[in-house]
Design a protein around this ligand. Structure first.
Ligand code: AMP
Length: 270
């Protein structure tokens, strides 16, 4: 496994490789990340994982500062997963070149996290575009856990670059919580609450699947979560899966939630 910090070094290793699979991460690796790596190893020639806690996608400085970092452990996991290349650039390396045109997200997509986290997806799209230009991968892999991220990346880049954008399913713990680096910041009782919320929404989804009329109970569920679990819900919404519009049928929707437990913001979708 080659560990690479500089772009020119990276170019030497991968310029002749035509079928690179790229898995962008912010480190703090868990089985969710490993599932993306496995998918890449299945369909790409070589797999490249980046570890870069991208400062421009954090709307709050404190969130960036307390974001869990565990490089040593991450490298052990990546080696075990038989990754070919790990790219660990500095912020200077990535942002050395100024953008010609600012990333602007269409008003109609200023929904869900894009509404609540100002500048977040602009930062994500910026860094992913930079990575695609540097690496020119054949495939790039994203987790369904961050569905809106996948959705916007697909919208903005699927016609622009040759790179195929691949969605990988959400990996959950036994207690149904979606694995997330941020879960490390929760204590036992908070994990319990996150688990109850996930289970509640999984059951809500199956009720809607059974009869769409149940979707009218969305606000009841939101109030229940807000008051019984003492979390602050940013949004709980049902949206059509492919367009993220508000009109959906009983078999083509997703339930999206973002909430704060004791200042830690968690997102999920079902
Ligand atoms: P992050 O390090 O949080 O930026 O995540 C890197 C990639 O891993 C993103 O594409 C995420 O959507 C994906 N990911 C994070 N958690 C999970 C999970 N529980 N299951 C599947 N993919 C995940």
């Amino acid at each position: 496994m080659k560990i690479i910090k500089k772009i020119n070094q990276l170019n030497k290793y991968i310029s002749n490789v035509s079928n690179v699979g790229f898995v962008p991460t912010m480190g703090g690796l868990h089985k969710g990340h490993i599932s993306l790596i496995k998918k890449s190893k299945n369909i790409s020639g070589k797999t490249l994982v980046s570890i870069f806690v991208n400062p421009t996608q954090f709307d709050k400085k404190k969130d960036f500062l307390i974001y869990p970092r565990s490089l040593k452990k991450d490298l052990v996991k990546l080696k075990k997963a038989k990754v070919d290349f790990v790219f660990i650039p500095s912020a200077n390396e990535i942002y050395f070149k100024k953008r010609k045109r600012k990333i602007v997200i269409n008003k109609k997509y200023k929904i869900l996290c894009s509404k609540f986290r100002k500048g977040h997806f602009e930062g994500v799209l910026d860094v992913i575009e930079r990575f695609i230009k540097i690496i020119n991968p054949k495939f790039i892999f994203f987790g369904e856990k961050d569905y809106q991220q996948f959705f916007l990346i697909k919208k903005y880049f699927s016609g622009k670059f040759k790179t195929k954008i691949i969605l990988c399913k959400t990996i959950r713990d036994k207690n149904k919580i979606a694995l997330s680096t941020r879960n490390q910041l929760l204590d036992k009782s908070e994990i319990k609450i996150a688990s109850l919320i996930a289970k509640k929404l999984i059951s809500f989804k199956s009720k809607i699947r059974h009869n769409i009329i149940n979707s009218n109970k969305l606000n009841l569920i939101k109030n229940f979560i807000n008051t019984n679990y003492k979390v602050k819900v940013d949004y709980l919404e049902i949206r059509e899966k492919n367009k993220l519009s508000k009109r959906f049928k009983k078999n083509n929707f997703k339930i999206f939630i973002a909430y704060h437990i004791n200042k830690i913001r968690l997102i999920d979708n079902f």
